[in-house]
Ligand binder design. Sequence first.
Ligand code: C2E
Ligand code: MG
Ligand code: MG
Ligand code: MG
Length: 285
Amino acid sequence: QAKSSQGCTYHVFDERIHRSARSQADLESELRRALRRDELDLHYQPRLCLKTGNILGLEALVRWRHPERGLLTPNEFVPLAEESGLIVPLGYWVISRALRDMQWLRGRGLPPLHMAVNLSFRQFQDSQLLSTLNRLIQERGVDGRWLEFELTETAVMRRSDQVRKTMDALGQLGVRFSLDDFGTGFSSFVHLNSLPIALLKIDRSFVGGMHDRPENRQLVKAMIDLAHNLNLEVVAEGVETAEHLALLRLYGCHQAQGYWISRPLPLAELARFLVFGSHQALFSS
Ligand code: C2E
Ligand code: MG
Ligand code: MG
Ligand code: MG
């Protein structure tokens, strides 16, 4: 994953390499503690249906309320969690919290929304994944069909026979899968067709360049057409302007996610956005 390797490169070239290695170890034990002390939090980013203007779903994005360093974003600790294996318990915490919050939103009379959770390859390899997920779904009383796992191309392409078995088993619980950051990794069309993937999420690097680069517009359009031809749902990430939204609608993209619609929000703010938000007005531009 580009993001995590960038993170590593930064540390390798850091002048204060010893200090950096030290703080890496510190961070790891702090992260362990954070899990116990409930310092993690989820923010939710809404996903807009480009046909109806309704919010259809949410993506859960983990945050760490670090007692000294403030609010940390995933790029600052998910790579470390992946390397150390802490991503497995962290990931279960994320799923459990997301399911809890889905019930909380339902309790406020809001219509049901799909909940997308990011899964690292490491979590996918965990032998307890199926049983733990099954238990969490039961405990929270959520129908698995509202749950979606976002996997990156690189995760899916590795050891694809094993990946496929896990996906099929999770699919029995109703869980859907999306291919995250589509276009940035290696995808083979064979895999796209043979794995039980329901959605493609076009990476924001393509969407962001649509204004000024005709090639980017062509790429985005081609990815949308591909999704249509393969009967996949298609979501554009990183929608930052009205122009992005208009082009995506023109190309027949199903859903959009990005700052133009909403930033990822803490639960209470999300609830306000869902009730009072003027996302329908985004269409009249
Ligand atoms: P991602 O799954 O591709 O998530 C989208 C990222 O793009 C989020 O960053 C989101 O805040 C950001 N974003 C959304 N709309 C816009 C926009 O319009 N413009 C721009 N510039 N950015 C936008 P975030 O929250 O920092 O997460 C980064 C990555 O960390 C995620 O990328 C995902 O790969 C990973 N991640 C987040 N939460 C989890 C988690 O619970 N577990 C695992 N394993 N990975 C996670
Ligand atoms: Mg994602
Ligand atoms: Mg993504
Ligand atoms: Mg991304």
